[in-house]
Design a protein around this ligand. Structure first.
Ligand code: FHN
Length: 429
C-alpha cells in the first residue's frame, strides 16, 4: 500500500514537472499592452537572396545548390544601407515597431554571430552588422525592434532538410546540435542587441518534430521576461507564446489556406501582409498595393483587435525602392491625421459591417466608414452604452445620430467624407 502511494506521488510530481505552465510576468503583460497600442509595424525581409531579386525562396524555387547559393555572400555588400533612413522611413509611415529577418530559411545570419561563420560580418565583404546599427537607431528613435527567426534551415547539416523524421528528430541530422545552435543565436540576439522586444518564429510547418519550445521559449523569457514570443506556425497559440500571428489574412479569415487551424485565442493579435506580392526583394513584382488598400488593411485589422505588420523587401544595396517610400508617405500622412482612431485602440467586439469597422478606446468608439453605403446612414448593431455625442474626427463637427435598443444610426448626409475612411467619433457614457 505504502509503495503504491509513493508511486502515485512520484507520478503526480512528474506530471506536474512536465506540465510547466507559463505565467507571464507583469513586465511581459505590460509589453503585451504596449504591443497592442502600437498597432502598426514594419516587417523587413532582407538577406543575401535580395541580390537575385526573386524573393527569399529563390534558392529553393530555382533549385540552387547550397554551395552555389553560398557564393552570394561573397558579394553581398550593401554600401547604401543606412539604419537611420530605415527607421525614419518606418516612423514617417506611422509605424511604431520593426520586425526584421535575423535569419531566414536559407540559414544566412544577417547579424554578427559566433554560432556560425555563415553571417554578414564574417562571410561578406561588408563586414558590418546592420542589425546592431538598426537596434541602436531604434532605441534612439523610440521604435521597438523584433527579430524574425527561422526555425527551418535549408543548408545546415544538423537540420538535415529533406531527411525523414523519426521519433521527433531528422534521421540524417543532429537535432540536439541544431536546437543548441538556435539557443546560442537567440541568446546573442536577446543579450547583445539593445532594446529588442520580440522574437517572431517561422518555419515550424516544415516538419513534424519536437521543436523543444519549452526550452527555447523558457530561455528567451529567462533572458528577458518581457520579450514577446510569437510563432507563425499557423496553429492555435502554444504554451509560452505571447502573441498570435496571422499571415496574409485578417484574424478569422482564411483566404490563404494558412489560417485554417489558427482559431483566434486570447493573446494579442498581429497580421502581416506584403506591400506588393513578395516578402524579399523581387525585381519583377510590380503589383504594388495602393495607399488606400494599405490604410484599409490597417483599419480592418484594428477593428478586429489586431496589429498590422506591413512587409517590404529592401534592395540588395540597402535602399528601399521609391514605390514603397511614395506609398508609405501617403499612408503616414493619413495615420498622422487619424491616429487617434488607431493607436491605443482595441477592437470594439462589434462585428465588421459591409461599410467598415469600429475601434474603441475607453468610452470612445470610432466608426470607420470605408465604403460609403447607398443609403445616407450606417447602422451599428450591438452597441453597449448610451451615445452622448457624435462628431467627425477630421474637424470635430457634429454628426446626427439616433440610438434605439437594437443599435445606433449615424447619418452621413451633409458631412465631409474622406475617400479612404470617414471616421465618426461616438462618445458613450
Ligand atoms: O516561408 C515564409 C516566407 O518566406 C515569409 O517569411 C513569410 C512571412 O510570414 N512566412 C513564411 C511562410 O509562412
Amino acid at each position: 500500500m505504502i509503495k503504491k502511494l509513493l508511486l502515485m506521488g512520484m507520478l503526480l510530481g512528474a506530471v506536474r514537472a512536465g506540465a510547466q505552465t507559463y505565467t507571464p510576468t507583469a513586465d511581459n503583460l505590460a509589453a503585451r499592452q504596449n504591443f497592442q497600442d502600437m498597432k502598426f509595424g514594419l516587417f523587413i525581409h532582407w538577406g543575401i537572396y535580395s541580390e537575385l531579386g526573386a524573393g527569399e525562396w529563390v534558392m529553393n524555387e530555382k533549385h540552387i545548390s547550397y554551395d552555389s547559393y553560398k557564393r552570394l555572400a561573397d558579394f553581398f555588400n550593401p554600401q547604401a544601407f543606412n539604419a537611420h533612413e530605415w527607421v525614419m522611413f518606418a516612423k514617417k509611415a506611422g509605424m511604431k515597431y520593426i520586425t526584421i529577418t535575423s535569419r531566414h530559411h536559407d540559414g544566412f545570419s544577417m547579424f554578427g554571430t559566433k554560432a556560425s561563420p555563415y553571417n554578414i560580418v564574417d562571410a561578406t565583404p561588408y563586414h558590418k552588422d546592420p542589425l546592431m546599427e538598426l537596434a541602436q537607431e531604434c532605441v534612439k528613435e523610440g521604435i521597438e525592434l523584433h527579430f524574425y527567426y527561422s526555425l527551418l534551415d535549408w543548408g545546415r547539416k544538423d537540420y538535415a532538410f529533406g531527411s525523414p523524421i523519426v521519433d521527433g528528430k531528422p534521421v540524417n541530422g543532429d537535432w540536439d546540435s541544431y536546437i543548441n545552435f538556435m539557443k546560442a543565436q537567440l541568446t546573442e540576439l536577446i543579450t547583445k542587441y539593445p532594446g529588442v522586444k520580440g522574437i517572431w518564429f517561422d518555419g515550424h510547418w516544415e516538419r513534424d518534430v519536437n521543436w523543444h519550445y519549452d526550452e527555447i521559449y523558457g530561455l528567451i523569457h529567462k533572458l528577458n521576461p518581457a520579450i514577446l514570443v510569437g510563432n507563425n506556425h499557423h496553429l492555435e497559440p502554444k504554451e509560452g507564446e505571447d502573441f498570435q500571428m496571422f499571415e496574409k489574412d485578417l484574424p478569422g479569415a482564411n483566404t490563404t489556406g494558412f489560417s485554417g487551424k489558427s482559431k483566434i485565442g486570447a493573446l494579442p493579435l498581429e497580421t502581416c501582409e506584403t506591400i506588393n506580392n513578395s516578402w524579399g526583394f523581387n525585381i519583377t513584382d510590380r503589383s504594388f498595393k495602393s495607399s488606400k488598400r494599405i490604410i484599409h488593411y490597417l483599419v480592418n485589422a484594428a477593428g478586429l483587435n489586431a496589429n498590422f505588420l506591413l512587409n517590404i523587401g529592401p534592395m540588395p544595396n540597402g535602399k528601399i525602392q521609391p514605390e514603397f517610400t511614395d506609398t508609405l508617405a501617403i499612408v503616414g500622412a493619413w495615420v498622422q491625421k487619424n491616429g487617434e482612431a488607431i493607436y491605443g485602440t482595441r477592437g470594439s467586439g462589434i462585428p465588421a459591417q459591409p461599410w467598415g469597422v469600429i475601434t474603441q478606446k475607453d468610452k470612445n468608439l470610432y466608426v470607420h466608414v470605408m465604403t460609403l453605403p447607398q443609403l445616407p446612414y450606417v447602422f451599428i448593431p450591438q452597441l453597449k452604452g448610451k451615445v452622448t455625442k457624435a462628431a467627425l474626427l477630421a474637424d470635430g463637427s457634429a454628426v446626427k445620430f439616433k440610438q434605439q435598443t437594437e443599435g445606433v444610426f449615424v447619418y452621413l448626409n451633409g458631412i465631409a467624407t474622406d475617400p479612404n475612411d470617414t471616421i465618426i467619433k461616438l462618445t458613450t457614457n
